[in-house]
Unconditional design. Sequence first.
Lengths: 114, 118
Amino acid sequence: AQSVSQHNHHVILSEAASLELGCNYSYGGTVNLFWYVQYPGQHLQLLLKYFSGDPLVKGIKGFEAEFIKSKFSFNLRKPSVQWSDTAEYFCAVRDLPNDYKLSFGAGTTVTVRA
Amino acid sequence: DGGITQSPKYLFRKEGQNVTLSCEQNLNHDAMYWYRQDPGQGLRLIYYSQIVNDFQKGDIAEGYSVSREKKESFPLTVTSAQKNPTAFYLCASSIYGLAGLGDTGELFFGEGSRLTVL
């Protein structure tokens, strides 16, 4: 079964600092990769996803993520965070072609101080 | 507005009682899912359904049951057999249950139901 590891449980940053959240997965076959975000009081929503092609994907609100197949990683980045980026971030992986279910990481809480 | 509606938002239950959480979607999605969210553990899949009248166990199905009699509805029953039911429960849907043509892979989530067992 797929397992997803997010290395940081809680990250605290100041506005304008750069953010990088790590995500590693265990299954070595074909995968789809996702980052979801949960802002305070809101439901989970998709931030970005990777299916194939350019391993550097761009999402909403200035976020991007890089898929490195050799490292089984899909790290999320943002060059300059804002207070409104305070949220919980989840990495998720879907194995193909046999198992389309999403496996989620434990999540990383990001707190941005004004 | 299209989306997923979960009810109730908060629920208290005595030990030994079954409780059913409602999930309704008007997105015309084929697939629906139930996840459990616990602090520090992320989201764990309880049950999922690719199509009406069909569902499969996820990673932590013990003590739970579901039904999928209508495309738009996927209720979850937390039974008394579930040893640690206090949690936040999330329902989600996706356009298709299988990765293939037209699949976006995106899950749409409800706002969740928080169950507390007293």
